[in-house]
Ligand binder design. Structure first.
Ligand code: BGC
Length: 246
């Protein structure tokens, strides 16, 4: 089956048609800048432009950086506050004329990693963490996702973990890899204290540079970089659409 997988982020909206059996992109990804302000209407218009670029008529899956339940956005940590309470699924379906599935961005990236990447064949507890503007999380047990875990918002040292340990904190505070790795290490150790994952998969744009920080981690867990890198969002979104997960 084929679905258009869209990765909606703070800076770009990227999409590609995906073969959901193989996880392969069927065309080069197309990217448009996220409109500012990124209101629901403005984002829906951009989503429709990406779909139109592929002349798409089939199912569409979207990863979105918020808690999503039944197609409705419930939070807006790094996106426009107007998203809270928005029925994103209906909005995107009206804008594109296609059936749409919407899910949390880290959850869909996790689905892709479990099916086609670093989590293949892992049945125990697996935690996928995405390090970007925020920290996203996707928790799996026996291959099943527990959606919307939002673990980037736990408190560490009186702060939200993502304010302190996301990749955006590294660039904002101009931290060395060593200093930032210490923060990531502390966050992951907390994850281990809570969940005892047999595997932690680290994704997000910075996972391209995993050799700069993963070797510095001391956390007592098997920590590996994501394999699909920046394709995970689109591939996982397409999976969510194909399998009617949400
Ligand atoms: C949001 C999550 C999202 C993560 C990564 C967090 O701020 O609360 O929903 O998955 O950022 O984008």
């Amino acid at each position: 089956m084929q679905a258009l997988g869209l990765d909606i982020g703070g800076t770009g909206i990227k999409g590609a048609p995906v073969d959901t059996e193989s996880g392969q992109l069927l065309a080069e990804r197309f990217r448009l800048r996220t409109p500012h302000p990124a209101t629901p209407q403005a984002v829906a218009k951009t989503v429709a432009e990406v779909a139109a670029h592929f002349d798409w008529q089939g199912p569409i899956g979207c990863g979105f950086p918020a808690v999503i339940r039944g197609g409705i956005a419930h939070t807006a940590a790094n996106v426009d506050a107007a998203w809270v309470g928005t029925d994103a699924r209906t909005l995107f379906e009206r804008a594109t004329g296609c059936r749409c599935a919407i899910a949390n961005d880290a959850d869909v990236a996790g689905l892709a990693e479990m099916r086609f990447g670093a989590g293949q064949g892992r049945d125990g507890v697996v935690l996928v963490v995405t390090l970007g503007t925020g920290i996203g999380s996707a928790l799996f047990a026996a291959g099943q996702l527990v959606p919307n875990t939002e673990l980037g918002h736990i408190e560490i040292k009186g702060m939200e973990a993502e304010q302190w340990a996301a990749d955006s904190a590294r660039t904002r505070e101009d931290l060395s890899w060593k200093k930032w790795a210490k923060r990531v290490d502390r966050f992951l150790q907390r994850m281990c204290d809570y969940f005892w994952p047999e595997l932690i998969i680290v994704g997000g744009g910075v996972s391209k540079k995993h050799e700069k920080f993963l070797p510095l981690l001391t956390v007592d867990a098997d920590v590996v970089p994501a394999q699909l890198r920046n394709e995970a969002g689109s591939v996982g979104a397409a999976l969510a659409a194909a399998e009617g997960l949400y």
